[in-house]
Design a binder for this molecule. Structure first.
Ligand code: F6R
Length: 606
């Protein structure tokens, strides 16, 4: 997804802007550009493709300036191309924009009538002309006037050659933060872009603006009232967002899971009382008991985690749960009764559909708990209270460690709600004891990576794959299928295993690999029958079974084992081989694992 970097106060900002863009590469993009403020003009250089492509066309010797802005674009309006890339300029002004200008057609017609010449197909270009149109010597005033005319969402950074060391930023619906430095200041859509320079950051809220010069940071709102903001310290390390010896971020993140799952529950479990303590949830026992229904809102992988949560919360806490796609929820007229709790799950905390669905739930009176990874993200800040999953930065576009951490938090929430209802101390204690063993058990699954790669070798060139699971492993089948299609571009579907006979069974033939998650639990006997149905039609069976299983193993073409655990915790183990299977398949096919085509890490558009 689009990324913004701005720097004012370095001797020559070009290299540092490009470096900042590199740190945003993981978000996914299709073109990039920089605007450097020079004497009398703003020099804009942009290119379709990757940062390397931009670097190749940068006239390094000619580009000098202590103030500039830069952008990685992920196409929404207008195809990926050099012309559509940002920054967009008008006269001596340049702007980079994340978000969507909804009324750009009307604005464009008006500005063209005034003689502005448009060069791109984007909605964003209208901002450059609009701000210039309002400019009479003070950039922040021009931005304020212009934004009053804009409908839609934005995170922007603007420069003008007449105010050569100034960057103006503004935010509505698209993240933007300020890095406070010493003799230099920074603006970015993601803290990763500026962490090499400062750890002191200010997160802007919707409706806020900032004016940066090398010496000063002034925060205000669009009505020009000064706003006092807190400076926060980033405590995690840049190391954590680098590859650490792995060929891809995704593999690194898969292998981090023993640690990240531990980080998610560490300090939050109470082994003696079989209970948990979540500091971010400021609800009294009485308030917890008053919850009559839970709605889980999320997208993609986070939605799959939500489905796992539905099984857990209903079975162990006995609270009715519905899991909603955020994009659907926000446009329905959802029924929110007193006692409805909304759990919003989002790794990035910036997914626009999830954010808007959460706002809709709040408007309708629901209490909202945000389950997010990115500290200071919009969902984290706007939810009534929240729980960070503590998975650390997830760079690979395909989500892996965030999923297991989200599930871990849902297990903790199940204990929190359950222990105040029907869940006895003994089962609470047993769950916590077993949860503490899970990091080692994840490691045991990871230790089979060579065998999983060998399975991937067999099926990497196939065109389809089916994933089957039952109960708590049904969402894992969905997640396995999503991982495979996202990064290897193989068509894959996940189904509840018994549903196969109502349609997908027609697809099964000797060319159809079928991944069956058939761990030893209450649905084991049933799924054994489903395995036989596939076998009878000569489908190729890749089974994920519990250690010691012989029956399903005997009927399968390939077997991956996971250690025995409690049903509630099984997803934390059963998803690992599916992540590895998808990863190795994509690598064998030569795909760009960390930045799959058409996908972005944080989907901040509708
Ligand atoms: C899949 C994936 C996406 C995200 C989805 C929601 O690997 O990464 O499906 O899960 O876009 O993103 P967040 O969790 O950031 O709201």
């Amino acid at each position: 997804m689009c990324g913004i970097v701005g720097i004012t106060g370095h001797e020559n900002v070009v290299t540092d802007l490009v470096e900042g863009l590199r740190r945003l590469e993981y978000r996914g993009y299709d073109s990039a550009g920089v605007a450097i403020v020079q004497t009398d003009s703003v020099r804009v250089i942009k290119q379709q493709g990757k940062i390397n492509d931009l670097e190749r066309v940068l006239p390094w010797d000619e580009l000098h300036g202590s103030c500039g802005i830069a952008h990685t674009r992920w196409a929404t309006h207008g195809k990926p191309s050099k012309l559509n890339a940002h920054p967009h300029s008008s006269g001596a002004l340049a702007v980079v924009h994340n978000g969507i200008v909804e009324n750009y057609t009307a604005l464009k017609v008006r500005l063209e009538g005034k003689g502005h010449l448009f060069r791109s197909e984007t909605d964003s270009e209208v901002l450059a002309h609009l701000i210039l149109d309002q400019y009479d010597g003070n950039l922040e005033t021009a931005v304020q006037r212009a934004l009053k005319l804009v409908e839609g969402t934005y995170g922007i950074a603007v420069v003008h050659a007449d105010e050569p060391d100034k960057i103006v930023g503004a935010r509505r619906g698209s993240p933007l933060l300020v890095g406070v430095g010493d003799g230099a200041n920074y603006l970015a859509s993601d803290v990763a872009a500026i962490m090499g320079h400062t750890r002191q950051v200010i997160y802007l809220d919707d409706g806020e603006m900032v004016v940066l010069t090398p010496q000063d940071v002034t925060t205000m709102n669009v009505d020009n009232q000064e706003v006092t903001k807190e400076i926060q310290e980033i405590t995690w390390d840049l190391e954590r967002i680098q590859k650490g010896g792995y060929p891809h971020y995704m593999l690194k993140e898969i292998f981090e899971q023993p640690q990240t799952v531990l980080d998610s529950f560490r300090g939050r479990i109470l082994p003696e009382s079989g209970d948990v303590k979540l500091g971010g949830i400021q609800l009294t026992d009485r308030e917890l008991l008053a919850i009559k229904r839970i709605i889980i809102i999320a997208c993609g992988t986070s939605w799959h985690a939500g489905l796992v949560g539905e099984y857990l919360l209903e079975e162990y806490a006995r609270i009715p749960v519905e899991v909603e796609y955020a994009s659907e929820f926000r446009y329905r007229s959802p029924v929110i009764e007193p006692g409805t709790l909304c759990l919003t799950i989002s790794q990035s905390g910036e997914t626009l559909d999830t954010l808007e669905a959460m706002r809709e739930a709040k408007r309708r009176g629901a209490k909202v708990i945000g389950i997010t990874n990115v500290v200071g993200s919009t969902i984290a800040r706007e939810s009534d209270c929240g729980v960070y999953i503590h998975a650390g930065p997830e760079i690979g576009v395909a989500s892996t460690k965030a999923f297991t951490s989200q599930v871990t938090i849902l297990i903790l929430l199940t204990l929190l709600f359950g222990r105040r209802r029907h869940l006895g101390i003994e089962i609470g204690k047993r769950t916590i004891e077993e949860l503490q063993r899970i990091p080692d058990k994840i490691q045991q699954v990871l230790d089979q990576s060579a065998a999983i790669r060998a399975i991937a070798e067999v099926y990497a060139q196939h065109s389809n794959c089916l994933y089957l699971g039952r109960g708590v492993n049904f969402p894992i089948a969905l997640e396995g299928a999503l991982k495979l299609k996202e990064i290897s571009y193989i068509h894959a579907d996940g189904y509840p295993a018994a549903e196969m006979k109502h349609g997908p069974i027609a697809l099964i033939d000797p060319n159809m690999p079928v991944v069956v998650i058939s761990t030893r639990d209450s649905s084991y006997e049933k799924i054994r029958g489903n395995v036989q149905e596939v076998k009878a039609r000569q489908g190729k069976i890749i089974s994920v079974v519990t250690e010691g299983d012989t029956e399903i193993a005997a009927a399968s073409d390939h077997v991956i084992t996971i250690p025995e655990t409690m049903n509630m915790l099984t997803p934390l183990l059963s998803v690992i081989p599916l992540q590895l299977l998808a990863y190795y398949t994509a690598v064998i096919r030569g795909e760009n694992v960390d930045q799959p085509r058409n996908l972005a890490k944080a989907v901040t558009v509708e």
